[in-house]
Design a protein around this ligand. Structure first.
Ligand SMILES: [Zn+2]
Length: 169
């Protein structure tokens, strides 16, 4: 279903209905405590993920660390670099309709002021609504995978089922 405008930025976006209902419950509870959750990205189809990937590949989009992937001539190394934050088309969790990016695409935004309050609220409350930060810090518990994304939250009750199905194939 399309995400009601009060829960997102100006762009019309979509989520699975069951996920949207839980997100709305969570966002309403947060709003009562002065925290405003805004969806900045939600379901992406193959083509939009392909666009993201290709823009990074060609250097049209600057990478998260300020560099250009197109400066890396070796194609394997270039793909590995883009993979630090972006998945290849077809493999993104954003294809599932269960995952959202909220408020800001910079970890630093979540480190102070409004962002820190929002992140603290999510850390203590999101799990009650089924949402989990799937790309947590890279550390001794999570050694591999994408870099930390404080903005990416997944509705686990459904995402986990999809992940298990995908693993069987
Ligand atoms: Zn995301």
């Amino acid at each position: 279903m399309s995400i009601p405008s009060k829960y997102r930025d100006e762009t019309v976006r979509y989520l699975r209905r069951d996920v949207m209902i839980k997100f709305a419950e969570m966002a309403d509870a947060a709003a009562k405590e002065g925290v405003r959750l805004i969806i900045r990205s939600a379901t992406r189809n193959f083509d939009s993920q392909k666009q993201i990937w290709e823009n990074k590949w060609k250097g049209l989009t600057i990478l998260e660390d300020g560099s250009k992937a197109s400066d890396i001539k070796d194609e394997f190394l270039r793909a590995k670099k883009i993979l630090l934050y972006s998945s290849m088309p077809g493999t993104s969790r954003h294809h599932w309709g269960t995952d959202v990016d909220i408020n800001s695409f910079e970890n630093s935004w979540f480190a102070g002021g409004e962002g820190a309050r929002l992140y603290a609220w999510m850390e203590s409350n999101a799990s009650q609504y089924g949402f989990c930060q799937v790309y947590g810090p890279i550390n001794s518990f999570r050694k591999h995978g994408y870099q930390e994304e404080k903005w990416h939250w997944s509705y686990l009750p459904i995402a986990q089922r999809i992940q298990e199905e995908a693993a069987k194939k």
